[in-house]
Design a protein around this ligand. Sequence first.
Ligand code: UDP
Length: 312
Amino acid sequence: MRKKIAVITGGAGFIGSHLCDKFIQNDYKVICLDNFITGKLQNIRHLLKDKNFRFKEHNISKYISMQGKVDLILHFASPASPEDYLKFPIQTLKVGSLGTHNCLGLAKNKKSAFLLASTSEVYGDPLVHPQPETYWGHVNPVGFRGCYDEAKRFAEAITMAYHRVHKLDTRIVRIFNTYGPRMRINDGRVVPNFIYQAMNGLPVSVYGSGQQTRSFCYVSDLIDGIYRLSHAHIHTPVNLGNPGEFTILQFAKLVLKMCSAKSRIIYKRLPVDDPKQRKPDITLAKKVLNWQPKISLEMGLLKTIEWFRDNG
Ligand code: UDP
C-alpha cells in the first residue's frame, strides 16, 4: 500500500517542523513548504536525508504547483508572534488570505483533506472567559494585531466556504499559546523572552502590570491534538491549548525559579490591544478527540529551558 502524502506549509517553523516529525513517524511522506520568513532550516535539517521527506522553498502566497498525489494539506505558514506579525503585517495578511486560498485550491485540485492552523487571536481581547468555540470574539480590525487576527478570521471563513461549496474535507484548529523546543529565542514572545533574560541574568520584562493572563500548552501535547484532529470528522473549529491559566507576573516568577535566576522584574509598557485574559475551553476537544494536555507547565518549562541551554 502506498504511503499517504501530507503537505505541510510553514513546515520549517516551530509548530510546522514538529508536525513534519509527527507525520513521518506515523508513516506519511511529508512535503514541507517554507519561505523562511520566520521558519529556520535548522528545524528540519535532521529530516533532509529522510527518504520520506521533501523540502521545497516556496512562498505559498504565490501559486503552488505540485506534481503527484496529496492526501492532506496542513496549512501552518504564517508569522505567529506579535513582534513578527507587527514586522511583517502585509505578508501576514497575504499568507492568511492568498496563501490559504492557494492551499484550498491545491486541496480541491488534489481531492485532498485540508487542515487550517487558526488561533486564539480570532477571539481578540475576549469578553467571554474561558473561550469556547461558539464565542465570536472581540477584535479590533484596524489595530496593530488586526493583520493577524483578521487574516486568520478570513482564513477560517474561506475554509468553511470551500467545505460548504466544494465539499472539501476540512478541519480548523484554534491554537492557544504554545511553547517548547525550536521556538526562536528572539521571536519576542513571552516564553523565549523570559527564559533568555533569566538565563543571562538580565531583567525580566513584564509588560503592563503583569495581571493579564495566558494559558501555555507544551508543543508535544498540541501536536498530538492536531494529529488526532486530522483523523477526526469535525469541520467546525476546535480549540487546542492547555487550560491552566497564569498571570504574566506569576509566569515571570516561575521562569526565574526554574532557571535559578536572580534577575529582577522590570515593568514595560503594555502593547496596544494586548488581550487581558486568555484560556481555552477544551470541552469540545475532550469530547471529539479524546484529547487533553498531559504536560504540566513546570515539566514543559524544564524541557524548554534545557533545549534553550543546548541550542539557544
Ligand atoms: N509579555 C511580557 N513580556 C515579554 C513578552 C510578552 O510581559 O517580554 C506579555 C505580553 O504583553 C502578553 C503575554 O506576555 O500579555 C503573552 O505575549 P506573547 O507575545 O507571548 O503572545 P500573545 O499571547 O500576546 O499572542
